[in-house]
Design a protein around this ligand. Sequence first.
Ligand SMILES: NC(=O)c1ccc[n+]([C@@H]2O[C@H](COP(=O)([O-])OP(=O)(O)OC[C@H]3O[C@@H](n4cnc5c(N)ncnc54)[C@H](O)[C@@H]3O)[C@@H](O)[C@H]2O)c1
Ligand SMILES: [Zn+2]
Ligand SMILES: [Zn+2]
Length: 382
Amino acid sequence: MRAMTYRGPYKVRVEDKDLPSIEHPNDAIVRVTMGAICGSDLHLYHGLMPDTRVGHTFGHEFIGVVHEVGGSVRNLQVGDRVMVPFNIFCGSCFYCARGLYSNCHNVNANATAVGAIYGYSHTAGGYDGGQAEYVRVPFADVGPVLIPEWMDDEDAVMLTDALPTGYFGAQLGDIAEGDTVLVFGAGPVGLFAAKSAWLMGAGRVVVVDHLDYRLDKAREFAHAETFNFVEYDDIVVEMKKQTDHLGFDVAIDAVGAEADGNLLMHVTSAKLKMQGGSPVALNWAIDSVRKGATISVMGAYGPLFSAVKFGDAVNKGLTLRMNQCPVKRQWPRLFEHVQSGYLKPSDIITHRIPLEHIAEGYHLFSAKLDGCIKPLILPSAA
Ligand SMILES: NC(=O)c1ccc[n+]([C@@H]2O[C@H](COP(=O)([O-])OP(=O)(O)OC[C@H]3O[C@@H](n4cnc5c(N)ncnc54)[C@H](O)[C@@H]3O)[C@@H](O)[C@H]2O)c1
Ligand SMILES: [Zn+2]
Ligand SMILES: [Zn+2]
């Protein structure tokens, strides 16, 4: 089969790989019909996540058709059209029993933090991902569900990560009726977080980024007020001014490890690898909220130390909430919102790229060229 493979920082290509096979009776093999590139894939592409191995196939957002099932699979049949959450999880361990699907212990027992993610570095289990014609889906009875008849494929693929993560970001913000909500990052996760904040009762939603084309989208798609941080000497001072110097009630970090806006942080993270990410957006969030506020962190950070302004977070009495999104937990509510038309997830898709041209997709998305917000990947066998 044809599959994207990682060749080293900023290098990916499509190669022939063996078809994945059933390794456990509860595995399924899914023929991928549509995938996407996530902001999290960019951290791998840039060589920032530890133990990202040459030859690995990325891709944790995908839908497809069941091609083969193992002997114990009961919930899926060959030919079923399925959507697959980005987390791999067993459904029965201590963590899964508590709904912490992104922290499942059975699928990544060598790690004490994250569970397993398709197509992520070996710190997340080392499972091959869905930027390929076929993918092995472990615990096939647990993660995937049939795509409802009424749901478009492009909406379904957005429901495997980007939308649930944005929604989860807003949920962890514990938004109360009328709250002021500040979202850092106008990528797919930030756009969906801003849109979801309204559904949870926000009274005001502000989005900060430095890419005008994405801020345009935040106004049009998420009906947010927007600020381009390069237009201000100090974006935190501006955010304080915006709230009568009180600070926002809730902030959401939808940026993560590769935040721009501070040269020292960039050099000590991306260049010198002295910290597991540049926490500029997180520090701006800590500074821009009021005392007693809640900050929700959806942005991904490496496992190493990061220079977070923790003392200020302590002294302000902040609540910090964070995790990889347990995608399937969000589905019942999000299916309702999509079916009723409150959310049209595919509205943020800007590019539809054949798998053979995936290198171009990574380049466009990474360099933020051609108005790129969310690129889909279309395998040729589909
Ligand atoms: N927790 C989870 O389950 C989960 C799931 C998906 C993605 N993520 C993470 O969420 C983050 C966003 O993902 P995405 O797909 O939207 O990525 P993206 O790269 O498309 O978007 C990030 C945005 O942040 C902006 N940005 C950079 N520095 C900034 C700053 N200092 N302040 C404000 N904005 C800034 C960029 O210009 C860009 O528009 C990534 O770190 C990704 O790894 C986490
Ligand atoms: Zn992702
Ligand atoms: Zn589990």
